[in-house]
Design a protein around this ligand. Structure first.
Ligand SMILES: [Zn+2]
Length: 371
């Protein structure tokens, strides 16, 4: 059910185009996955997601495990039916949210104990449990439990997190094999903080365990962009050529194109959806703050030429009005455009790789951003 093939490579950098086969359909890579944190990509329906070009979305294990819980979702045979999304779904392991949202997260070899941010109830997530929950959610791509450390972190802490991540990865792999339903793929997550050699060590240890795909975690956690790109630059070539490579939680269009150049196939980020709700819109000429007074009587679409539902039907003046009046439709229309922008951008990148015109596409992208 799961397969990945690289179909084209840039001759000038490590950018590549591929095809990811999942139980719920085919995904062309590089791909951007909108984030559906609690079983919903905020403010838009699955039909609107599809129309905006989304083919694979992400769900958050931590949130869905706490609310509504696996007992509810299993009545629907998983998240696909529960949320009415027939396409591929990737779920994270919950680790990142445990460390960023939950209270009193405590790590041991067994797993991580924490208190729910919703009601303070105590929970223990073990590698086995994380696989069980994701199997219950029915995701097509599931992730290992990993130890996400804060930035900045000492070498000692980064090493300790890496070591526990490897141990948990072994147990996740074992649990996945035991419960293997042939319908999902398990990805390992490289950690190692901002230390090149630790990232290398983490990648090596995970490859020994052998996963259908690999993610790079612990990036975009507050480090400067140069450091993030440096870590990705060092880590990605250490991962197998034949497997999909996923950088978690990144980022801006500029980050995406640079990370594609370094050989990344998959991305997820809340940026397009969260910023849409804050009135920040992405266009090929840079970001637009829709609340700016200059758009008050602007009859043009947000991004002339954009084929999204929002740009086909509405003006900047209307979008500004909705946003200023805090009308609910503002969130929906803004989100539709931003998702469409990110998906279209990745599609254009892919076409450029296939035509081996990635470098000229990259140059044009930066030139347009400036005017
Ligand atoms: Zn648009």
């Amino acid at each position: 059910m799961f397969d990945f093939k690289v179909i084209a490579k840039s001759q000038t950098c490590r950018a590549r185009a591929g095809i990811l086969q999942t139980a719920h359909g085919v995904v062309e890579t590089p791909v951007f996955m909108p984030v559906g944190t609690r079983g919903s990509v905020k403010s838009v329906s699955p039909e609107e997601l599809l129309a905006a070009g989304a083919r694979i979305i992400l769900g958050n294990t931590y949130h869905l495990y706490l609310r509504p819980g696996c007992d509810v979702i299993s009545r629907f045979a998983g998240l696909h039916q529960f949320m009415h999304w027939d396409g591929p779904i990737l779920t994270d392991s919950g680790g990142f949210q445990v460390f960023s949202l939950a209270k009193l997260a405590k790590i041991s070899e067994e797993g991580v104990t924490f208190q729910s941010h919703l009601d303070g109830s105590s929970h223990l997530l073990t590698p086995t449990k994380v696989i069980d929950i994701q199997n219950c959610l029915g995701a097509d791509i599931i992730m290992c439990l990993d130890d996400c450390i804060q930035y900045p972190a000492t070498r000692e802490d980064s090493l300790a997190a890496l070591e526990i991540t490897t141990k948990w990865a072994q147990r996740c792999k074992q649990a996945w094999q035991e419960t293997k339903n042939g319908r999902n793929a398990l990805f390992g997550i490289v950690q190692g903080g901002m230390f090149r050699d630790l990232r290398e060590q983490s990648a090596e240890e995970l490859m020994k365990i052998d996963f259908p795909g690999y993610a790079v975690g612990g990036l975009s956690v507050g480090e400067p962009t140069e450091v993030m790109l440096e870590m990705a630059d060092d880590t990605l070539p250490n991962l197998p050529e034949t497997k999909p490579r996923y950088i978690m939680g990144v980022g801006t269009p500029e980050n995406l194109i640079e990370l594609v150049a370094l050989g990344t196939d998959m991305f997820d980020c809340v940026l397009p959806t969260r910023n849409a709700r804050n009135g920040q819109m992405f266009t090929q000429h840079g970001t637009v703050n829709i609340s700016n007074a200059q758009y008050k009587g602007d009859t043009e679409p947000l991004e002339p030429g954009c084929e999204c539902y929002t740009c086909r039907h509405y003006s900047r003046a209307y979008l500004r009005h909705l946003y200023m009046a805090r009308e609910l439709l503002a969130y929906r229309l803004n989100t539709i455009h931003n998702i469409h922008y990110f998906i279209r951008f990745m599609k254009q990148i892919r076409e450029a790789i296939v035509a081996d015109e990635f470098e000229s596409f990259r140059k044009t992208f930066y030139r347009k951003l400036e005017n």
